[in-house]
Design a protein around this ligand. Structure first.
Ligand code: PAF
Length: 287
C-alpha cells in the first residue's frame, strides 16, 4: 500500500485523479470538516470497500456557519486527522484553504429548495446553501464516482441528493447509517464539548427517539408521541428543543400520521449545556 498523500490544490488533486481514472480505477470521496471520529472512519471503510481509491476532504467550510463563534471554536485537528486517515488506508487527504476555495470575487451560491426548508434549514439560515455550494465544488474538484455521507445529518444527505439529481452531477451518493456509542448516543464532533455529567444526560436524545419510533411504528398517534420526546428531553436537562418531527424519508414532507408503505424518519435537534445535538431514527413503514 502506498503512503497517503496530502494535497491542497485543485491542480494537484485533478492530476492524481486523472492518473487513477486512466488506469480504470473507481474513485470515492468522503467530504468532512475534520475533527474525525469513528463515524467518519466508518464512511472511509465503506468507501474503501466500494472504490479503488479514496479521497477524504477536510475543510471547515466558513459559508455553512450561521454563527461566527461556532466557526471560530469548531475543532481543527488536522495532524490527528491525518494520522487516522493514513492508518485507515486513505489515498489522498485533500485539505484546501478557505482562500483557495473562496478566492476574492467568488460570487456563486447553490440553493436547493424544498428539502432544505424547515428542520436544520429553518433554524440555520443559509446553512444548506453553504453545504450545497461546498459539496458541489468538492465533487467537481475530486471528480469522484461515489461520495459517502452519514445519515446522522439526514436532511443534509437529502439536500445533496436533490442537488446531484437536479444538476446532473456524475456521482453516486451513498449514505451510511449513524454510528453510535455503546449507550446509543450518535457519534459527533460536538460530543467532545460535553462534560461528563452532560455526556450522561445526552443519552436521553437517542432513548427518547427510539421509544417514539417504536411507539409510532406500533400505531401510536404521531403528534402526542413527538410531544413526549420534547418533554423527556426537557426532563433530562436539555435547555432548548429546536424541533422533533416525523418526515417522509424520500422528500422530507412533514407527517402527522404514518401512511401505509411510507418510510419515515424521526428527526430532532436540541441544546444541552450550550451544545447543539442532532439525531434521527428510521420509522419502519406501517403494515
Ligand atoms: O457534514 C459535514 O461535515 C459537512 O457539512 C460537509 C458535508 C463536509 C460539507 O462541509
Amino acid at each position: 500500500m502506498q503512503p497517503m498523500e496530502t494535497l491542497s490544490t485543485v491542480a494537484t488533486l485533478r492530476a492524481r485523479v486523472r492518473a487513477w481514472k486512466q488506469a480504470g480505477e473507481r474513485v470515492a470521496v468522503v467530504p468532512t470538516m475534520g475533527a474525525l471520529h469513528a463515524g467518519h472512519l466508518s464512511l472511509v471503510h465503506a468507501a474503501r470497500q466500494q472504490a479503488d481509491r479514496v479521497i477524504v476532504t477536510v475543510f471547515v467550510n466558513p459559508i455553512q456557519f450561521d454563527n461566527a463563534d461556532d466557526l471560530a471554536t469548531y475543532p481543527r485537528t488536522l495532524e490527528a486527522d491525518s494520522r487516522l486517515l493514513s492508518d485507515a488506508g486513505v489515498d489522498v487527504l485533500y485539505a484546501p484553504t478557505a482562500a483557495q476555495m473562496y478566492p476574492p470575487g467568488f460570487a456563486t451560491r447553490i440553493t436547493v429548495s424544498g428539502v432544505s426548508e424547515g428542520l436544520c434549514g429553518g433554524m440555520r439560515p443559509g446553512h444548506f446553501d453553504g453545504v450545497a455550494t461546498v459539496v458541489c465544488k468538492l465533487l467537481m474538484q475530486t471528480l469522484a464516482d461515489r461520495a459517502f455521507f452519514g445519515e446522522k445529518d439526514f436532511q443534509q444527505v437529502q439536500v445533496i441528493r436533490r442537488m446531484v439529481t437536479d444538476l446532473d452531477l456524475p456521482v453516486e451518493i451513498i449514505s451510511c447509517p449513524t454510528l453510535r456509542e455503546a449507550d446509543g448516543l450518535a457519534l459527533s464532533s460536538r460530543n467532545r464539548r460535553l462534560d461528563a455529567s452532560m455526556r450522561q444526560a445526552a443519552v436521553a436524545l437517542p432513548r427518547a427517539l427510539e421509544a417514539c419510533a417504536r411507539a409510532i411504528a406500533g400505531g401510536a398517534e404521531v403528534v402526542p408521541a413527538l410531544a413526549k420526546v420534547a418533554q423527556d428531553l426537557t426532563a433530562a436537562g436539555f435547555e432548548r428543543v429546536e424541533y422533533v418531527e416525523l418526515r417522509a424519508e424520500a422528500d422530507l414532507q412533514p407527517l402527522t400520521a404514518l401512511p401505509p408503505g411510507t418510510s419515515a424518519r424521526l428527526l430532532a435537534a436540541a441544546w444541552l449545556d450550550g451544545v447543539r445535538l442532532i439525531d434521527g431514527m428510521p420509522v419502519p413503514p406501517a403494515a
